[in-house]
Ligand binder design. Structure first.
Ligand code: GLP
Length: 243
């Protein structure tokens, strides 16, 4: 594991964006595993600025997103498909059809999960997987549970996660309580994993993930077994480890 430390969110974002840039330069036709949430926003912004400046291109890359809310279509403003379009895809130069995200309104959830896993396989796996960290240690929407789930699956979100993500939903706006998420196998089989973490609210989860027991009760702890894990974290996120 390599820990790259940053002073604050801006520096964390810049450093994580450099790692993704290096991946794209080394292998322009790479498969990027992408994440949602507030953490990657600064990273996506830095990448979009590089594309606008002409120093980076996604033209040959493909992407696979981690997760999607059940019940939200790609046109719903609260869907992760919408989030990705607004915050990255429309600002960079991916080719049409290069971006993949689970279908949250599929009528056959099992078939959709199987389709997503075979898609990852068909693309040859993920070269670089970007991850945020849930305050309860979730990655993607792999929530704390009794066993690690290897495959893409349907999740009942925990109260903790629903509360943590409530800030994204306006008053009266329906907040889904279920999601489809890629499982830990595709994440662990990614050639490189980049865990981006910012803020005090993640400090305990980060300490547990990196230095606690490996347990499905704190899903990110499985990353300790990954042979090429980069953690980019700011001072606030590192504060529990420092103590
Ligand atoms: C959501 C996403 C995760 C993300 C997490 C952290 O639950 N499914 O992939 O890592 O939120 O979000 P944030 O970066 O907003 O703290």
């Amino acid at each position: 594991m390599t820990i790259i430390r940053a002073h604050d969110y801006a520096e964390m974002s810049a450093k994580a964006a450099e790692l993704i840039t290096a991946q794209l330069l080394l292998k322009p036709d790479c498969v990027l595993g992408l994440a949602t949430g507030s953490t990657p926003l600064g990273i996506y912004d830095a990448l979009a600025r590089k594309v606008a400046a002409g120093s980076l291109s996604f033209a040959r890359a493909r992407s696979i997103n981690l997760d999607e809310y059940v019940g939200l279509s790609a046109s719903d403003r609260q869907s992760y498909a919408y989030f990705m379009r607004e915050n990255l895809f429309k600002k960079v130069d991916f080719a049409d059809g290069a971006n993949n995200i689970p279908n949250g309104v599929s009528t056959d959830v099992d078939a959709e999960c199987a389709r997503y896993d075979s898609l990852v396989e068909r693309l040859g796996g993920i070269d670089l997987q970007l991850l945020g960290l849930g305050p309860n240690g979730h990655i993607g929407f792999n929530e704390p549970s009794d066993a690690f789930e290897p495959n893409t699956h349907l999740v009942e979100l925990t109260e903790n996660t629903i509360a943590a993500n409530a800030r994204f939903f306006g008053e009266g706006e329906h907040q889904p309580t279920r999601a489809l998420t890629i499982g830990v196998r595709a994440i662990m089989q990614a050639k490189t994993v980049l865990l981006a973490v910012s803020g005090e609210a993640k400090a305990n989860a980060l300490r547990g993930a990196l230095f606690g027991p490996i347990t499905p009760r704190l899903p990110a702890s499985i990353l300790q077994l990954h042979p090429r894990l980069f953690v980019v974290a700011d001072d606030a996120a590192m504060s529990a480890i420092d103590r």
